[in-house]
Write a new protein. Structure first.
Lengths: 111, 117
């Protein structure tokens, strides 16, 4: 069964460092998303992506964040200068078009 | 804007019994979709079931069914014959009208289900 994959599963970084979270969506899906979940809280939308451009972004997704689909399979989230409050589980999801399937998540810890 | 409300922070159910997890929603969109996800302690988000607002029949997937009551704006998840492996956090979510571009999900705060022997 096709699935969304994410790497790494856990990333520890120091405040101010750049991180890149990687995702491989389901191959025939056209719509891509990033969400985050701070420990113990609900899942929050960050950004959606379709046709090689951002469709929508939340107020969380400020200038420190960027997304890219560098090739036909990968979808990345970059955080330029991490803050302590960026510590969370980051989920990638893909859909075609309605049912969104989530990856296993990357747990980002900023120290 | 969409809003999802899950009023049960925690639920207990005995193995083999059925359980209903509540979800109400609010939206001004005429067309929308409702989702349920399971999040075990390992952290991944597992898609369970989807209901479109214009679907005439309630969605079912194995032991999961979605009790969709449009007039009451509720989309409760029913799990039949509970198993110990059903113990997890359950999130209700919705998307607004699909306009051809990617449609974000808005999540509720979740219900933690504990299945007991």
């Amino acid at each position: 069964e096709p699935e969304v994959t994410q790497t790494p599963s856990h990333q520890v970084t120091q405040m101010g460092q750049e991180v890149i979270l990687r995702c491989v969506p389901i191959s025939n899906h056209l719509y891509f998303y990033w969400y985050r979940q701070i420990l113990g809280q609900k899942v929050e939308f960050l950004v959606s992506f379709y046709n090689n451009e951002i469709s929508e972004k939340s107020e969380i997704f400020d200038d420190q964040f960027s997304v890219e689909r560098p090739d036909g399979s990968n979808f990345t989230l970059k955080i330029r200068s991490t803050k302590l409050e960026d510590s969370a589980m980051y989920f990638c999801a893909s859909s075609d078009p309605y049912e969104q399937y989530f990856g296993p998540g990357t747990r980002l810890t900023v120290t | 804007a969409q809003k999802i409300t899950q009023t049960q922070p925690g639920m207990f159910v005995q193995e083999k019994e059925a359980v209903t997890l509540d979800c109400t929603y609010d939206t001004s969109d005429q067309s929308y979709g409702l989702f349920w996800y399971k999040q075990p302690s390992s952290g991944e988000m597992i898609f369970l079931i989807y209901q479109g607002s214009y679907d005439e029949q309630n969605a079912t997937e194995g032991r999961y069914s979605l009790n969709f009551q449009k007039a009451r704006k509720s989309a409760n998840l029913v799990i039949s014959a509970s198993q110990l492996g059903d113990s997890a956090m359950y999130f209700c979510a919705m998307r607004g009208t699909f306009t051809g571009t990617a449609s974000k999900l808005t999540f509720g705060t979740g219900t933690r289900l504990q299945v007991t022997l």
